[in-house]
Design a protein. Structure first.
Length: 280
């Protein structure tokens, strides 16, 4: 069974997420999510830009689970920065998902173009609409994604409601220590995207060696390493076999020496998605 963690708003989030990036609407996706939910997954990670919210919504209905049993996280795309467009985007996501509330809604990427004073104002302006969605109960948890330390500092000084989560790239070979540390200081839970480095970390020799030693798979070692850092891994798999394997990370621990060994890896499997330089 997946453990849960308390957020700074008092709600709980499962400590393992199932991602849906690059999986467009399809019956295959619906059935894969239904099977994952029946297997024990309780946190589905989607985004408007993934164009699969309808499949996520159908899977929740077909799983037979009560709405309250599933944690549904979606993200507001970068095209929606103004107050009104955020409200419209949230409404659209809810309609597509066939839900009357989201468990979590995130600013997908910080705005970073031009002068810092200008982009800081844009981000806090977007956040005001998130605060309204939260106060109206349409969204139970509000958060950010891909915010690095320098995006967070000014943002936190001006936010009326503190973000509860920050979803960032986090995997062996790419751990964004400064951002994780700042989030910890502010009680913001870090959700780690691409915890398997999109599959690339599974071949890192040190991870393969550790997997043999622990009688676990390389994926389980990488996911467990996230948990050792108090980061919630949001992994993705369409394969029932891999989904089952990825659930089996709550029955063992890595030693401090092995955590340190993975921490010391050089930069590996970085997506190249740098918030200050993305084109959107
Ligand atoms: N906030 C953001 O900006 C952002 C950006 C990127 C991603 N994300 C979120 O993070 C999620 C995860 O990222 P990701 O999609 O890059 O996922 P990932 O978990 O790092 O890698 C997924 C790849 O690993 C394979 N895999 C999964 N479990 C495996 C196992 N046990 N053994 C061997 N291979 C395995 C999958 O293939 P199979 O399907 O064959 O298992 C897939 O090819 C996304 O889906 C999305 O929800 C968020």
């Amino acid at each position: 069974m997946i453990a849960t963690v308390k957020l700074n708003n008092g709600l709980t989030i499962p400590s393992l997420g199932l991602g849906t990036w690059q999986l467009p609407e399809s019956e295959e996706l619906v059935q894969s999510l239904v099977s994952a939910l029946q297997m024990g997954y309780r946190y589905i990670d989607t985004a408007a830009i993934y164009e699969n919210e309808a499949s996520v919504g159908r899977a929740i209905v077909q799983s037979g689970l009560h709405r309250k049993e599933v944690f549904v996280l979606s993200k507001c795309w970068a095209a929606n920065r103004s107050y009104d467009s955020v409200l419209r985007a949230a409404e659209e996501s809810l309609r597509t998902l066939q839900l009357d509330y989201l468990d979590a809604y995130l600013i997908h990427w910080p705005y970073t173009k031009g002068d810092p004073l200008a982009w800081q104002s844009v981000n806090i302006g977007t956040w005001r609409a998130f605060e309204r969605l939260y106060e109206e109960g349409l969204v139970k948890t509000i958060g950010v994604s891909n915010f690095q330390m320098h995006h967070l500092v000014s943002f936190l000084a001006r936010a009326n409601i503190k973000p509860a989560v920050n979803q960032i790239e986090f995997h062996p070979g790419f751990m964004q220590k400064n951002t994780v540390q700042l989030c910890r200081q502010h009680d913001i839970k870090v959700l780690g995207w691409s915890p398997l480095g999109h599959g690339s970390v599974l071949d890192i020799p040190q991870i393969v060696e550790m997997a043999k030693r622990y009688e676990k798979s390389p994926a389980q070692i990488a996911l467990r390493w996230c948990l050792e850092h108090n980061v919630i891994p949001v992994t993705r798999s369409l394969s029932a076999k891999h989904q089952e394997e990825n659930l089996e990370i709550f029955d063992f621990k890595l030693t401090a020496e092995d955590v340190a060994l993975i921490d010391a890896l050089p930069i590996t499997a970085f997506s190249g998605l740098e918030p200050d330089h993305v084109s959107f």
